[in-house]
Design a protein around this ligand. Structure first.
Ligand code: ATP
Ligand code: MG
Length: 564
């Protein structure tokens, strides 16, 4: 026996207009359809219909986690500082962390993710290799003081996450636990009806599959990923790496100076010389732990400072300021070329390959040089992938032009290795009787974010449109208004519920049929059944919310169809 939810008794206030502060489609629709209510920036209440969808997502996640042998636990969200101090994250998280003091003045935090506490839990509970592998998970409220919590439940400061952690004695074990999660995630997102891509989340240099993100393409997404139209390559743009371009063997003439007055930027230079920006070499100066380093990229490319920082971490990367040029006659602002940088480390994009010739600064004011050849006139100290990936860049796997798309990160799987096990000295007694250091994986799904991602992907101009597995009901029955219509609607509702079908029935008196139809489409239950003008004949209308297809049929047939 499933539930019959009468609209006349449901706390729901639908809105015709978008809330003024809403930027994303999911934010607008989830508020308008009465699923969520904003309490403060990034802090949301789940109203009756929203709670049902959230619970449905949680159920699917739970079932698939149980299916891979995950054991559900519930750890506290309010945590003492010490474990996070031990891992360094009490400081590293900076402003993202909600910090609270208890009445005695002791520091606490609201958990943003729980690697530390799970490591401690397993250290406490498992002592032998026989106790492993273990997969633990929870579906829990997380807290992050996000800088821009603007997109509704897509990015909350309080949100629901499924986080799981695997504990193994060997690298092979970790790989197996990772593979189990990867498969479980595929099943989960398929059941939820989400369109997603699995994207490599770390640069190839760090070793392929150690971290992957599940990205749901949507314009509202804050991630950009590169997608190959020809092969199955997909990667977060931050993780795309390009190979060193092969040398083409051209012999270039000697380097020579060009008089280029007032051309401190690539645009002014390219225009002055009448060459494409791609023929020039741009040299960005940055400070790495206070020391000046030059980064060379083709003039038509931008340096991705985030990628650069990631490559050079834990060193701190900052842009140079005018003051940094004082006392450095070797650095001529706007006219820097690698051929004159003896004392400066030179990092370059792989496109600046040995044998390539460039127009670049001549290290003299108002002067550039041409035929400056890599490997002949200057050396590259390190090749790093630092350019912003652009649409049409060659796929690292097959060479086809990449497409760039916006997406929402809905899940992340990560082979952590022994980082936290080292911090907390998590060992178990191995087969040989000696202690073995445990290796870990951590895996997240944004449960509340998935609701918004589903809304983003499935909504149309009429409103939300859920897959049955997550919808707040299976069938939305609309009683057009007359007593006999309401009577039929309620009777059909009971019969369906008796057969296990979840029903929302719009039995509201004094609400026009037009408003009821509009609300039904806004709410987005997959099937709409109308007890309307042919009620007396015992004929109802069935409508597919997604396709808009309608069909009139006798009540018994409609019921048979919906309970099949
Ligand atoms: P993002 O880059 O979007 O901030 P993240 O990489 O910091 O996310 P993880 O630490 O990998 O997030 O967390 C696991 C999952 O939790 C993410 O894949 C995402 O689906 C979800 N998530 C993270 N932050 C939020 C948030 N502020 N609101 C809702 N869901 C979130
Ligand atoms: Mg992530």
């Amino acid at each position: 026996m499933a539930q019959v939810q009468r609209m006349s008794r449901l706390m729901i206030k639908t809105l015709r207009d978008d809330p003024a502060d809403a930027e994303t489609l999911s934010h607008k629709l989830l508020v308008r359809a009465g699923y969520v209510r904003r309490n403060a920036a990034g802090i949301w209440s789940w109203l009756p219909l929203g709670k049902k969808v959230l619970d449905n997502v949680s159920r699917v996640v739970r079932e698939e986690m149980d299916a891979i042998g995950g054991q559900e636990v519930l750890l506290p969200a309010l945590l003492p500082k010490e474990p996070y101090e031990a891992s360094g994250r009490w400081d590293e998280y900076g402003d993202l962390l909600f910090r609270v003091k208890d009445r005695k003045g002791a520091d606490h935090l609201l958990g943003p993710t729980h690697e530390e506490v799970f490591t401690q839990t397993v250290k406490d509970q498992c002592s032998s290799y026989k106790d492993l592998p273990v997969i633990l998970y929870q579906i829990q409220t997380k807290y992050r003081d996000e800088a821009r919590p603007r997109s509704g439940v897509l990015r909350g400061r309080e949100f629901q996450m499924k986080d799981s952690y695997s504990f193994d004695v060997s690298d092979e074990g970790l790989a197996a636990s990772y593979a189990l999660h990867r498969e479980a995630y595929q099943k989960i997102f398929k059941r939820l009806g989400l369109d997603y891509r699995i994207c490599s989340a770390v640069s190839g240099a760090m070793g392929g599959s150690a971290s992957e993100e599940f990205l749901a393409p949507a314009p509202a997404g804050e991630d950009t990923f590169a997608d190959c139209p020809a092969c199955d390559y997909a990667a977060n743009t931050e993780a795309v790496t390009f190979a060193l371009q092969p040398v083409d063997g051209t012999v270039h003439g000697p380097a020579e100076d060009l008089d280029t007055p007032d051309t401190p930027t690539i645009e002014t230079l390219a225009e002055h010389l009448g060459v494409p920006a791609s023929a020039t070499l741009k040299n960005l100066l940055v400070k790495v732990d206070g020391e000046i380093v030059a980064v060379g990229v083709p003039g038509d490319r931008e340096v991705d400072l985030g990628k650069l920082a990631e490559h050079l971490a834990p060193a701190q990367v900052e842009l140079v300021t005018a003051d940094d040029f004082t006392g450095r006659p070797d650095l001529v602002r706007g006219y820097v070329g690698p051929q004159g940088l003896e004392k400066v480390r030179y990092i370059a994009d792989p496109r600046v390959a040995p044998g390539t010739a460039w127009i670049t600064g001549a290290n003299k004011p108002d002067t550039h040089a041409r035929n400056v050849v890599c490997g002949r006139d200057f050396e590259v100290d390190d090749y790093l992938d630092v350019v912003v990936v652009a649409e049409g860049d060659p796929c690292p796997a097959c060479g086809t032009g990449l497409k760039l798309d916006r997406a929402i990160e809905i899940g992340h799987i990560f082979q952590l290795g022994r980082k936290y096990a080292d911090t907390f000295q998590l060992d178990v007694l191995g087969q040989q009787g000696k202690p073995v250091r445990v290796t870990m994986g951590s895996y997240g799904i944004g449960v509340s974010r998935a609701v918004a991602a589903l809304a983003e992907q499935s909504a149309d101009d009429k409103g939300l449109c859920w897959a049955r597995e997550v919808a707040p009901a299976d069938v939305h029955i609309v009683a057009a208004g007359k007593a006999a219509q309401t009577e039929l609607a309620l009777s059909v509702a009971d019969q369906l519920a008796a057969a296990g079908v979840r029903v929302l029935v719009d039995d509201r008196a004094g609400v026009s049929p037009g408003v009821k139809f509009t609300d039904a489409e806004l709410i987005g239950v997959p099937t709409i059944l109308v007890a309307g003008r042919r009620t007396a004949e015992g004929v109802v209308e069935l409508k597919d919310r997604r396709t808009g297809e309608r069909e009139e049929l006798p009540v018994a047939e409609a019921i048979a169809r919906l309970t099949a």
